[in-house]
Write a protein that binds this ligand. Sequence first.
Ligand SMILES: C[S@@+](CC[C@H](N)C(=O)[O-])C[C@H]1O[C@@H](n2cnc3c(N)ncnc32)[C@H](O)[C@@H]1O
Length: 356
Amino acid sequence: MKNYFPEDFSETLFELLDIDIEYLPDDCYEAIFKLNKHWVKGAELVDYHADESTVLAYTLYYMPMNIPKLWSVLARCHKMMDSLIHKDKIRVVDIGSGPGTFSWALYFYLKEVYGAEIAAKLDFTLIDQSDLFLDKAKDLHTAFASETNLELKKGQWQDLTDASYDLAIVANILTEEADLSATCLNNIDAESILILEPGTQRDFQRLLPLRAELMKNRKIHFPCTAHGDCPMAEDNWCHFNINRFVLPFIQMISNKAGRLNHKHNFCAFVFSEIEIAYAKNDWRVLSKLRRVKRSGIRWICDGEDLVEAVLNRRKKSPGNTYFLEADTMALIRIEQESLAKTGRIAEGSTVNPPRQ
Ligand SMILES: C[S@@+](CC[C@H](N)C(=O)[O-])C[C@H]1O[C@@H](n2cnc3c(N)ncnc32)[C@H](O)[C@@H]1O
């Protein structure tokens, strides 16, 4: 995955947070350990958004670590991106924005991939309940994206009903809702809705009723390639991963926090009013981390059928090539549909990656 961080990202962030990365204060590490235990082990955590050192720790560590997740999804949503970049203004609402993680991620991406002029068309609304996070978002906007419009709203995202948007980003927030109802996003008036949540079984399974609800008046653009009922059983979950170590200081802090695995898992969905038609034989390659851990298997799914794609035992068989290379999130087109249904990629079959 390409890295779209601006060259001076780390230095500007340290300056803005007024920290010396070589000598991070203990309370910053303690806050990171506390958040880490909460998200990895489900330990209790109260009001982290009202505590100065925890907000700083989030902005320093979790914000940059999360940013590449959005890039990896946007890179696979060409139809939605084509529509966004042709608008006069790109109106984005960042729900439970925290420090504005995914607003800045979107800005960096648009600037690099589509050019500075398009990035400057961004019109951001960030809504969060926390003054401390909104203050950080304001500073980050000045430092990184000052040519874009910014509106900061303090309040509960559930009360947001007064405007319409081209894109709503809902990230790492539904996981905090004790009672996640299927209709909880119905108030959000947005052409496209992008959801990014932790890559756990609990979080994925909680999103399924929401997926079904949003599919009533939108098309699913990611990850599913068919507009059907999700085939994941209750003890399974669809997730992807990015490398969390693209910035050296994240690796340094992770080492101290004992998070040695470079893979950072997440669940993601994109729903849009924009029409999309994947081919019948388009499949998404899911993460390798599955219930059944056997070598030579890739899980592929089209949103209706979940299949273990079994590689041909002769490793060099042309049918294996794309599977061996296919990364998590790749879209592959299997020319012989029946083979995909049984999961067996027979010798001589072709597996072609369509445009991502
Ligand atoms: C885990 S952070 C995620 C921040 C950002 N979206 C990200 O992924 O990096 C959750 C944020 O949602 C905010 N939040 C939680 N519940 C909220 C609510 N009901 N209304 C508004 N903001 C909320 C918190 O204050 C916090 O800033």
